[in-house]
Design a protein around this ligand. Structure first.
Ligand code: FMN
Length: 362
């Protein structure tokens, strides 16, 4: 029962438990030894709060603005491929759940649902589109235009793939994404029968450079974000090439194993950008206090991938809204206990690295 969930891990227990081994491991797994997958979660826990007390916190609001428009909390739904494997409502349910929670849903290029259907399922919702670039620029442009036509407000260019990471769980079990679920926008853009994931990756542009980002940003009528940035140098390049913002991300630990956890990468990027662009982060966010830490470290908002997916798998639209509601409530409490009445009041002074544990302490 979703009303019994205490935190997002209850959604994981219910949502993932019901799936077959292939989809379960595809959704929850990472690359290689899964060091970055685990580190993403653990790295948020390597920060400690410096809470301020005796501020009046009777009225606390998690509401924030992104691209000039409100969200109920700075917690967005990350783009995740093939959501029909999690639940028959698929991306439509994810979008409706995000809209119910008052936040943005990001749709993957590898979605089983087209942008117009997502928009129809959540007419009051806010939607952004994640873009993989293809060798055939006409395909890339068609995908982008379809999303913008359907009212999507931003394009997130994924920079940390292709190629796909070394997903050993999938290789060992022989799992491949089911072709019959389809990626309809891509099929329409390519003009072929449904594509396997191997065919899809082969069609992607493996030669993407910052010049492509500059071209996309100048052509595109909505803001472009670069997703998958882990260094201050690349964040700077993203801005130089016209991006409206960056998403600090390692693809949920699914691409380069042993790349930095996002909580460890975020501070240098926040310092480099210094408020000049929208700064988002994802990876390992499982608690409202993780969100509060990200905001204190300089992020404007976070995205959640797997927690939203667990909610969808467990209970469709309602499960998604419940997961997002749990995170929002935890954030609200964290704000109050830090002595803040809004996300904007969290600052770098509210966190510090956890003091090192002595090897001699018991
Ligand atoms: C099953 C799965 C599929 C994903 N598919 C995509 C995708 O199609 N495009 C993309 O840019 N990122 C994709 N991601 C990465 C997410 O957008 C996000 O960066 C990541 O899930 C954040 O980490 P978290 O799951 O720990 O919250 C995927 C992640 C998962 C778990």
């Amino acid at each position: 029962m979703i009303s019994d969930w205490t935190n997002v891990y209850d959604a994981e227990d219910e949502g993932v438990a019901g799936l077959d081994q292939g989809p379960r491991e595809y959704f929850n797994g990472g690359a290689g030894d899964e060091i970055t997958l685990r580190d993403n979660v653990e790295a948020w826990g390597r920060w400690r709060f410096r809470p301020r007390v005796l501020n009046d916190v009777r009225e606390v609001s998690t509401e924030s603005k992104l691209l000039g428009k409100p969200v109920s909390a700075p917690i967005l739904v990350a783009p995740v491929a093939y959501q029909r494997m999690a639940h028959p409502e698929a991306e439509a349910g994810m979008a409706a759940g995000a809209a119910d929670a008052g936040t943005v849903m990001c749709l993957s290029t590898l979605a089983n649902t087209r942008p117009a259907e997502v928009a129809a399922a959540a007419p009051d919702g806010r939607h952004w589109f994640q873009l993989y670039a293809f060798k055939d620029e006409g395909v890339t442009r068609a995908l982008m235009e379809e999303a913008i036509e359907a009212g999507f407000e931003a394009i997130l260019v994924t920079a940390d793939a292709p190629p796909g990471g070394n997903r050993e769980r999938d290789r060992r079990s022989g799992f491949t994404l089911p072709v019959e679920l389809g990626t309809p926008s891509l099929t329409a853009a390519v003009g072929e029968r449904p594509l396997s994931i191997e065919d899809t990756f082969a069609l992607m542009n493996h030669a993407l450079t910052w010049e492509n980002v500059a071209d996309l940003s100048s052509e595109c009528s909505v803001p472009v974000f670069v997703k998958g940035v882990l260094t201050a140098e690349d964040a700077e390049l993203a801005l130089e090439h016209g991006a409206a913002g960056v998403i600090v991300s390692n693809h949920g630990g699914r691409q380069l194993d042993r790349s930095l956890a996002t909580a460890d990468a975020l501070p240098e990027i926040a310092e480099a950008l210094d408020g000049r662009a929208t700064l988002l982060v994802d990876g390992g966010i499982r608690r409202g206090i993780d969100v509060a830490t990200a905001l204190a470290l300089g992020a404007d908002a976070v995205l959640v991938g797997r927690p939203a997916l667990w909610g969808l798998a467990a209970a469709g639209r309602e499960g998604v809204a419940r997961v997002l509601g749990l995170l929002r409530d935890e954030l609200e409490l964290a704000l109050a206990l830090c002595g803040c009445t809004s996300p904007a009041e969290l600052s770098r002074a509210h966190v510090r690295r956890a003091p090192a544990t002595s090897v001699y302490s018991v």
